[in-house]
Every structure is written in structure tokens, then in C-alpha cells.
Design a protein around this ligand. Structure first.
Ligand SMILES: [Zn+2]
Length: 83
């Protein structure tokens, strides 16, 4: 029997919830990241790639959130609401 890591979906022993400390931290940090839908809309519909990168970077710095987590979340919102 095995579990899968709540963050990266890697197979792990049944007694564990995450495969590593990083995954645990990423999971909880990602959970508190809150991205406004209009921001996502702006990124995808009114920005070119360069502007999009710059906007995301500014957003991460302002909130002190990890860029790769913010990007994951932005993509999730995009797929859920705008696709
Ligand atoms: Zn993991």
C-alpha cells in the first residue's frame, strides 16, 4: 500500500502525507496564495509574454511568494475560469 505526496504526487509510504519537507512547505505556501481572477485575465488577454513575466514577478515580490507556486496557481485559475 502507498500514498501519494499531496504536492508532487510521488508515491510515498502510507504513514506519510508528503515526500519531503519542501513539498510540505510548497503545499502550505501554495494554499495561502490568493490570486485575483481579474489579474489572471489581464495576464492572459492583455499582456504579451514579456509583460506577463514582469507582472508575475512584481506580484511575487509584493507578496513575497515563490514564483513557481504563483505560476502554478495562475495556470490553475486560467484553466478553471478562462479556458
Ligand atoms: Zn512530493
Amino acid at each position: 500500500m502507498a500514498n501519494t505526496c499531496q504536492y508532487c504526487s510521488k508515491k510515498i509510504p502510507i504513514s506519510k502525507v508528503f515526500c519531503s519537507k519542501e513539498c510540505k512547505e510548497n503545499y502550505f505556501e501554495k494554499a495561502i496564495i490568493n490570486i485575483p481572477k481579474p489579474f489572471v485575465k489581464k495576464l492572459y488577454f492583455f499582456c504579451n509574454e514579456e509583460e506577463k513575466e514582469a507582472e508575475i514577478l512584481k506580484f511575487c515580490e509584493r507578496h513575497k511568494w515563490k514564483e513557481h507556486l504563483v505560476k502554478q496557481k495562475i495556470e490553475e485559475i486560467y484553466l478553471e475560469y478562462f479556458k
